[in-house]
Structures are given as structure tokens and as C-alpha cells.
Design a binder for this molecule. Structure first.
Ligand SMILES: Cc1ncc(COP(=O)(O)O)c(C=O)c1O
Length: 428
């Protein structure tokens, strides 16, 4: 058995002033609507204490944690604690694994997530990543030949590929769309109107990304959902247009209940902004459209609802079953405070970057149309040059369509300034 003590594991040092530790902290029973994630933690958070939970290489400013995240001590300890149980007696998996505060397993994991996203545990399927969740969804939707899926080039290839593979199987097609001319000047009304205009009677899925990793733009999911709802008026269930959201960069970065945005399905990995164990993720499906989805894999999670959509097999249980520890850490931090900190850091980055001659910021300045990813480019420089130059200043950035600066809750204003300084340097 691991030597990690119960106290260490539960308390960690999440860095929350006056955090009260809920032992046996399972959320409300799954038949009741879950309480939204705590947003009401009072007082300032101790972000430095939270940062100390991470083993990030000292001396480097890592502003690419949205791409591949580091894990906090609390989560690492929980994974070790559970892994020791499996190694001592692998049959503990079916008979019952425990976190220090009580039993853990799929029911607890689903309840914890439900409480965080403001939904019900039975509407959640478990996956190992966003990509797998997107495959589960697109493969699973009952689709007739001739129907179509709408996506943009800004959505991640995990979603575009899932859509193309499924469309190929069903005799459907993916129609590339555009919701805005320029992400920096996009508006919620304009995006929602473009989605509404694009939907045809044979449109089966509109796939969007809550926070686009290619532009940093946060899609106005509620407004888009309203446009999809209007298009669905009078449609039979098999003709209904479903709205699916790749939520991986909105979850634990935006102060919203993901299950209450008005989408039909919300899909996310939980190993990025939530700092969950690697190899964890989920698909939330609105109960209203569950009968429109087929499972793709055998599921080892018992029960009805969305459980049969969970790809099964004996998985990395020590990772999956430690997820409630990450959710509890965020509950203690308070989702409002986390989102505010992320917005504060990304606003600082945007304000610094737009002052640099030759730099174009592609992410909207408005906090309600952005979150923790800031995308930019520099005239006369490639993204590789910008990322490479930043590395000489011990700053980690990443690039896709544009150069990207991600502000996780554990980054600091000083790190943002160092990163912006490295860009200013290159511009001189
Ligand atoms: C928008 C978006 N969706 C999906 C993915 C893939 O996520 P996962 O590794 O959880 O499959 C990424 C990867 O960073 C992403 O940026």
C-alpha cells in the first residue's frame, strides 16, 4: 500500500484560503440534478501554493500547458495510492478500489464530473480523451445517407477526422463552413446567425469547439444552441440537427456549467485544464437525444443512460478512478476564481502582445469570446521562429495555425510578461 497519507492526499496544498475539506465528498445522488460546481469560495486563492503542487521544470515559463498538462501532487498521489492497490492485488479492481476518503470507481467518477458540469451522472459516458469521445459521438449518431455534418477548418482535427470517418461509413458528408471572417472581430450574434443560416433540412450534426485551439476564440455556445433549436422546430428525432461541443479548452477554464449550455453533447478530456489524471475524459449526452446514439465499443460500465457509450476493457483504473480528486481540487479552488485568474492572465498577454509592432492578435480581446488561449502572429516571422526564440528565453509556447500562448491557472503574471518580452525582443 502506498505510504501517501490520507491527509496528504485529501488536503494536498491546493492553495485555497479557508478551504474546507469534504471527506467522503461524493456529489449528490445521480437521480437528482447535480449541484453546479462550487463558485462561491471566498477570499483570494493562494496561487503560489497551488503552483507548488506541480513538478514543472524550474526556470522555465511553460505557457503551453493547455496542450500537454502537468499534474498536481494531489492527483499524482491519488494515482499512486490506487496503483499500489492494483499492484498488490489486481482483483481489487472488481472488488472495490478506495481513495483515502472512501470507495472509488465509475459511479463516483461520474457523480463527481456531473457535479462539476451541472448535469446528471447517468448522462455521462467515460472515455480516455477528447479524441476518443468525439469518435464515440460521431460514430454513434444514427445517420442516414445524404445527411451532413457541419464543421469549420478551425475545429481540431480530432473532431474533423471523427466526422469524416463517420460520414464515410454512413454515406453522409462533412460540409466545411465558416462562422466568422476574422476571429478577432467575430461577434456572438454574427456567429449564431451564420450557424443558423448554414443549417439545411438534411444537416444532422453541427460540430463546434467551445474554445478553439487554433484561434483562441470562445464560441458563444448558448447563442449557437438557440439557433440550432430554432432550426429543429418541427423536425422528427431522426432528422434533428444535433449540436456537439468539443469542450476540452472550456472545461475548467470558463465559469459555466458545461451540461447547461444547450448543446446535445459535450465532450472533453479531463487531463488539460482540470488537471485530471492523464488518459481521462467524458462524453455528456442530453437525455433527449440519447436514443439517437449507438454504442461503438463494448462498455464495462454497468447501468443505463449514457454508460453503454463508454469504451470498455480493463483500462488504467488508477488514473480513471483518481479523477474525483482533481474535481474536488477545482471545487475547492472555485470555478469562478479559476476562470477569473485565467482571464486576467490572458488579458495581460493580449494587451502586451498588441502593443508590439508587427504582431497581430487573432484571439478576440473580449473575455466573453475568449478564455485561456491567445493566438498571434508576427509579420516576417514564422511560428517556428517565434517559438524557437521564446525557448532561448526559457519560455515554452506552442504553434498550430498561429503561435499560441496558453495561460493556465498556475501560470503567473511574471511568466506572461517574460513571454511577451521574448516576442517584443524578436520584433526589434
Ligand atoms: C480543440 C481540441 N480538441 C481536441 C484535442 C485532443 O484532445 P485529447 O488529447 O484529449 O484527445 C485537442 C488537443 O489539444 C484540442 O486542442
Amino acid at each position: 500500500m502506498s505510504t501517501v497519507s490520507r491527509r496528504d492526499l485529501l488536503a494536498g496544498s491546493a492553495g485555497v484560503a479557508a478551504a474546507t475539506l469534504a471527506t467522503g465528498s461524493c456529489a449528490a445522488p445521480s437521480s437528482r440534478p447535480a449541484r453546479p460546481a462550487a463558485s462561491a469560495a471566498d477570499g483570494p486563492a493562494d496561487w503560489e501554493a497551488l503552483r507548488r503542487q506541480f513538478r514543472l521544470e524550474p526556470g522555465w515559463a511553460n505557457l503551453a500547458l493547455f496542450y500537454l498538462a502537468s499534474q498536481p501532487k494531489r492527483v499524482r498521489d491519488a494515482v499512486d495510492f490506487l496503483g499500489a492497490q492494483v499492484d498488490a492485488n489486481p482483483l481489487v479492481v472488481p472488488t472495490g478500489m478506495r481513495l483515502p476518503d472512501g470507495p472509488t470507481g465509475w459511479p463516483r467518477v461520474r457523480r463527481a464530473l456531473a457535479s462539476y458540469i451541472g448535469g446528471r451522472a447517468e448522462d455521462i459516458a467515460m472515455t480516455a480523451s477528447t479524441s476518443i469521445g468525439l469518435g464515440v459521438f460521431y460514430n454513434g449518431v444514427r445517420t442516414r445517407p445524404g445527411q451532413e455534418f457541419l464543421l469549420t477548418g478551425y475545429d481540431h482535427r480530432a473532431q474533423r477526422t471523427a466526422a469524416e470517418l463517420a460520414a464515410g461509413k454512413h454515406g453522409a458528408r462533412v460540409r466545411p463552413c465558416s462562422w466568422f471572417a476574422d476571429p478577432a472581430t467575430a461577434t456572438a450574434e454574427g456567429i449564431a446567425a451564420a450557424v443558423g443560416d448554414a443549417i439545411r433540412p438534411h444537416t444532422r450534426i453541427v460540430g463546434i469547439t467551445w474554445v478553439q485551439s487554433s484561434t483562441g476564440l470562445r464560441m458563444p455556445v448558448r447563442a449557437v444552441a438557440a439557433a440550432v433549436r430554432r432550426a429543429n422546430e418541427g423536425r422528427a428525432p431522426a432528422d434533428r440537427c444535433l449540436l456537439v461541443v468539443d469542450a476540452v479548452h472550456g472545461l475548467a477554464a470558463v465559469d459555466e456549467d458545461a451540461a447547461r449550455l444547450g448543446a446535445d453533447a459535450v465532450i472533453a478530456g479531463t487531463h488539460k485544464w482540470l488537471f485530471g489524471p492523464r488518459g481521462t475524459g467524458f462524453v455528456w449526452v442530453s437525455p433527449e437525444v440519447l436514443d439517437q446514439l449507438h454504442p461503438t465499443f463494448v462498455s464495462f460500465i454497468t447501468g443505463g443512460g449514457a454508460a453503454p457509450l463508454s469504451p470498455g476493457g480493463f483500462l488504467a483504473f488508477e488514473h480513471a478512478f483518481a479523477l474525483p480528486v482533481a474535481v474536488e481540487m477545482h471545487r475547492q479552488l472555485g470555478r469562478t476564481r479559476v476562470a477569473a485568474r485565467i482571464a486576467e492572465l490572458s488579458t495581460r498577454a493580449k494587451r502586451g502582445l498588441i502593443r508590439i509592432p508587427g504582431v497581430t492578435v487573432h484571439t478576440p480581446m473580449a473575455p466573453e469570446l475568449s478564455a485561456g488561449i491567445t493566438c498571434f502572429s508576427m509579420a516576417g516571422r514564422t511560428h517556428e521562429q517565434i517559438v524557437g526564440h521564446a525557448a532561448t528565453r526559457r519560455v515554452r509556447l506552442s504553434a498550430s495555425v498561429h503561435t499560441r500562448l496558453g495561460t493556465a491557472v498556475i501560470n503567473t503574471p511574471a511568466e506572461v510578461d517574460t513571454a511577451v518580452g521574448s516576442v517584443a525582443d524578436l520584433a526589434r
